[in-house]
Write a protein that binds this ligand. Structure first.
Ligand code: MG
Length: 392
């Protein structure tokens, strides 16, 4: 084994958890834990031969749950100590009986480290016994005067870098440095580069990334969640439909059966409102129209209830990872009166689309006696739909 990733997950840091009870490395992020995401950055790299995680003795179960889906490079975990420094030493000691040539120490709470950064650190180890990911300081540094939180001085930021992880080392050199630090009771180092410097090892700085942030607070978790969720865009579609009256005693409008002096003629139940709405949703996702998916020439749809068409359009949105934001239908007719049935129509559409009722609008108007609707020859409907889809 020439290079092992040693992931330090023994901290108790619970600042990121809402309840304060879950250490940040076990907090969930998207579909997995922060730790599993971190491991997944190292796992596929050929340059990494094995991965060992240092955990807190109380976290055995959390660890087992967190790494359930992780791959074959993962060695059994080892328990850390009271400080980060002690935990890293415990991890190094666990590898000492079959020492790798190199070790990369990495914070479990940095799940966004990328392959390029890891490989830059590994490559720099050809030039020096130590190398760490770091970023030149961009912000101006102020020293406060303490309690009053006013500025005492401005520091020169030239030559200052922010240390990240991974921090890579020649294994024998860093193990020796950590053992000496322990033996001399130096327990105040906040990273492994500091231990290496103290031991006189040359440590190179290689470019880290701003993405490689350390998750510390609940705000960091929220930001990380956002980073993992795909960007969404809103799309709209419109639909229009007309059906003529013929002999009968009821009409179907927006999924509601309404007694009337005529019925609407059509291949299906002729629900003009649901047809317009189905087309609006199909239009929003650019997926043809109702006639294409349910051709009138197909006997299967003879007399069909139109909620089947609408539900199919909703399934097409869901299949693309999208959701329906809102829909709005306008019915144009002199009769029947829509008002008394409006709430039932909204309820029905909300149920078919599985969305909240306040996302459904149903409106009606006459056309003041003008045109075919004014002459009571039929009913027209128009609709709009907004959907959210993952941006390409
Ligand atoms: Mg129609």
């Amino acid at each position: 084994m020439s290079c092992v990733a040693l992931i330090v997950a023994a901290g108790r840091g619970a600042r990121a958890g809402g309840s304060g009870s879950v250490p940040k490395q076990y907090a969930s992020l998207g579909r997995c834990s922060v730790l599993a995401l971190t491991i997944a950055q190292f796992e596929p790299l050929e340059a990494i031969h094995a991965i060992r995680v240092v955990i807190h003795p109380d976290d055995g179960q959390s660890y087992a749950r967190a790494v359930a889906g992780c791959g074959g490079k993962l060695l059994p975990p080892v328990y850390g100590g009271a400080t980060r420094q002690a935990s890293v030493l415990a991890g190094l000691e666990s590898l000492a009986s079959a020492p790798p040539r190199r070790v990369l120490v990495h914070d479990a709470a940095r799940p966004f480290v990328d392959a390029d950064t890891i490989l830059r650190v590994v490559a720099a180890l050809d030039l020096a016994p130590g190398a760490i990911a770091a970023l030149p300081l961009a912000d101006t540094l102020k020293r406060s005067d303490g309690a009053r939180a006013t500025i005492a001085s401005t520091l020169d930021r030239a030559g200052l870098w922010r240390a990240q992880t991974p921090q890579g080392f020649d294994f024998g050199s860093i193990l020796d440095a950590h053992r000496r630090a322990r033996d001399q009771c130096r327990a105040d180092f906040t990273d492994d580069a500091a231990v290496a410097e103290w031991a006189g090892l040359e440590v190179r700085l290689v470019a880290g990334t701003e993405r490689n942030l350390k998750i510390t607070t609940a705000e960091d978790i929220a930001m990380a969640e956002q980073r993992l969720s795909p960007a969404m865009e809103t799309r709209t579609g419109t639909g229009f439909d007309v059906h003529r009256f013929t002999d009968g005693d009821h009409v179907w409008l927006c999924g509601v059966r309404i007694p009337h002096s005529h019925r609407l003629e059509g291949h299906s139940d002729a629900d003009v409102g649901l047809h317009a709405l189905t087309d609006a949703i199909l239009g929003a996702i650019g997926d043809g129209d109702i006639g294409q998916h349910f051709p009138p020439s197909d006997h299967r749809w003879k007399g069909a209830a139109s909620h089947l068409f609408l539900a199919d359009a909703a399934r097409r949105v869901a299949a693309r990872g999208g959701s329906i934001v809102n829909v709005d239908v306008t019915l144009l007719c002199e009769a029947p009166r829509v008002g008394p049935h409006r709430e039932a129509m909204r309820d029905r559409i909300a149920a078919i689309l599985a969305i909240a009722k306040d996302r459904v609008g149903v409106k009606a108007t006459t056309t003041e006696g003008l045109g075919f609707t004014g002459r009571r020859e039929g009913i027209a409907a128009m609709a709009t739909a907004s959907v959210r889809l993952p941006a390409p």
